[in-house]
Design a protein around this ligand. Structure first.
Ligand SMILES: Nc1ncnc2c1ncn2[C@@H]1O[C@H](COP(=O)(O)OP(=O)(O)OP(=O)(O)O)[C@@H](O)[C@H]1O
Ligand SMILES: [Mg+2]
Length: 332
């Protein structure tokens, strides 16, 4: 049953969901300005800065999404011992988030992506980050933290942006715990790390990631079916959720059930971060014991809300309720 009442009841239970988010932490920085001339130094525009903004990105954006939806979450990840790392800690503290899961590694840079935007156009983006594997010391620290924390959570979200935090050892530590405790483990994948994900509860690739993981193109309902079935079998998960941008999402379950859920977004302003919203709402719903289809419908609503907002946005529990209430029958 995925009637409105069931979905609304689930949203009301979100505050009981406890999620551990582990993954690559990033900062998203935006510098807005005006271009009035070309530089005398080089053939590039001079941007007169009018506004700057910095926000949580990567795994830290997943943390933000869960909080917005009313859930409880702790972020486990690594930053560098640098200025941007200090800024990251300040943002966490100002937002009232715990910093207990943040490890500082002196050999790494805090990942930050800075976009310069003038006259509504991105002029340049510069990235500062470390992509190397973790040092042995940091790896051990993370494993220690994971072991001490896992029993307190209903679900773990692995937010893998391929910057070096997620590796086989970290996933197997989580899976060892899952075996005895029914923990939900959901993964937002990075293509080159797929081999680590065997045995997790659910993977949420977008269409491109699913295509790359399968080695063939998804260009028909037949190839979509083939991809979902292939990934389910290959990675031994309970479910695969392929997110398909403007076409919504497709859920493939171990028992053979397949459901295609069309997007509910009416106006699309900015699709950045929609994947983070999907995995956040999905995992939170599963953590409060939602059925798969209900968890997906809710995550689809949440994504539909954030793509209708500018910037890396989040959806609140109230917005999600309104979206569910306003949706046309049938819900699926
Ligand atoms: N253009 C769009 N129109 C309507 N809905 C959209 C659009 N793009 C994304 N969505 C919604 O957001 C969900 C996730 O989007 P998508 O499949 O693009 O994930 P993604 O590529 O992982 O996103 P991200 O950019 O965050 O990595 C979709 O399943 C859909 O519900
Ligand atoms: Mg994504």
């Amino acid at each position: 049953m995925n009637d409105r009442e069931t979905l609304l009841r689930l949203i009301n239970k979100f505050n009981g969901g406890k999620i551990l988010v582990i993954g690559d932490i990033m900062l998203d920085e935006f510098v807005w300005g005006k271009v009035s001339r070309i530089s005398p130094e080089a053939p590039v525009p001079v941007v007169e800065v009018t506004k700057e903004d910095i926000m949580l990105g990567g795994a830290a954006n997943v943390l933000k999404n869960i909080r917005a939806l009313g859930g409880q979450a702790l972020l486990l990840g690594v930053i560098g011992s640098d200025y941007n790392g200090e800024r990251f800690m300040e943002i966490l503290k100002e937002g009232g988030y715990s910093t207990d899961g943040i490890i500082v590694d002196e050999s790494r840079h805090t990942s930050i992506k800075t976009r310069v935007i003038a006259q509504h156009q991105q002029v340049v983006r510069f990235d500062r980050e470390s992509k190397d594997d973790l040092s042995v010391k940091t790896y051990r620290e993370i494993i220690g933290l994971l072991r001490s924390l896992l029993s307190q959570y209903n679900a773990v979200i692995v937010s893998d942006y391929g910057k070096g935090l997620i590796n086989r050892g970290i996933i197997s530590t989580i899976l060892r715990f899952k075996k005895n405790n029914g923990l939900i483990v959901s993964v937002d994948p990075k293509i080159r790390n797929f081999r680590f994900y065997k045995g997790v509860t659910v993977i949420t690739p977008n269409q491109k990631e699913a295509e790359e993981a399968c080695g063939f193109e998804i260009n028909s309902s037949k190839t979509l079916m083939k991809a979902g079935t292939h990934l389910l079998k290959k990675y031994g998960t309970d479910a695969i959720l392929i997110t398909r941008g403007e076409y919504g999402m497709s859920l493939f379950q171990k028992d053979g059930t397949v459901k295609h859920i069309p997007t509910i977004a009416k106006e699309v302003y900015d699709v950045t971060g929609a994947g983070d919203t999907v995995i956040s709402a999905l995992s939170l719903a599963l953590a409060v014991k939602a059925k798969w289809i209900d968890a997906c419908i809710l995550s689809n609503h949440a994504a539909g809300i954030v793509v209708g907002k500018l910037g890396t946005a989040t959806a609140s529990a109230q917005e999600l309720k309104t979206s569910v209430q306003n949706s046309r029958e049938p819900l699926l």
